[in-house]
Design a protein. Structure first.
Length: 197
């Protein structure tokens, strides 16, 4: 009985119409329409496996040196990613703004990126009536419906140098952020091109 059912299935599949890829001409290709865009989902993890600066004395007779350790280390001075930006362009000047001890996880689903043509029916509070805006093609970034934060935290700080290992490093933490949960988002962000390509 199993053999008869298997043979009948094979015969039925052979009778279905077969389709193969076919070459098309340039004229035929001009008539094909489609939709541009891409949808992205992702996850960003900061300092998931540790990596703080720890002062150690490798030979026991000094001096102390800063090296990478583990977040659980009792001697850990800091534990997290650091992003620092110089606020003044002068080479000898101080003044750094930093996101310090950045750690945790951010995940999102459904971020879209596509091009869009601005039409007369779009409403941007009157800005669409500016000369040259109507008919312009812009980049539209569709915000994801939800962004999920897991054990996400960071400190906003000002510091004297980019790295904590630099000589004379001092830092003042201005405020800290620590949160878990989900943020619901709506809408699109439009990026308008400027200049000549």
């Amino acid at each position: 009985m199993k053999f008869n059912v298997g043979l009948a299935t094979i015969l039925m599949s052979l009778t279905l119409p077969l389709q193969a890829l076919q070459l098309i001409t340039d004229d035929e290709l001009e008539k094909v329409t489609g939709q541009d865009g891409v949808s992205l989902s992702g996850e960003l993890s900061f300092n998931e496996d540790g990596g703080p600066l720890v002062d150690v004395d490798p030979d026991g007779i000094g001096p102390l040196t800063s090296t990478w350790g583990a977040c659980s280390d009792a001697n850990a001075k800091r534990c997290g990613t650091r992003l620092a930006v110089k606020l003044n362009s002068d080479a000898g000047s101080e003044g750094w703004m930093a996101l310090d001890e950045l750690k945790g996880k951010i995940s999102f689903d459904g971020l879209t990126i596509k091009s869009r043509e601005i039409s007369a029916t779009d409403s941007f509070g009157g800005d669409q009536n500016e000369a040259g805006i109507e008919g312009m093609t812009v980049l539209e970034i569709g915000l994801p419906n939800k962004i999920k934060y897991e054990n996400f935290s960071y400190n906003v700080a000002t510091s004297s140098s980019a790295r904590p290992t630099d000589a004379g490093f001092t830092q003042q933490i201005r405020y800290g952020v620590d949160f878990n949960g989900t943020v619901n988002m709506q809408g699109n962000m439009l990026i308008f091109p400027t200049g000549n390509p």
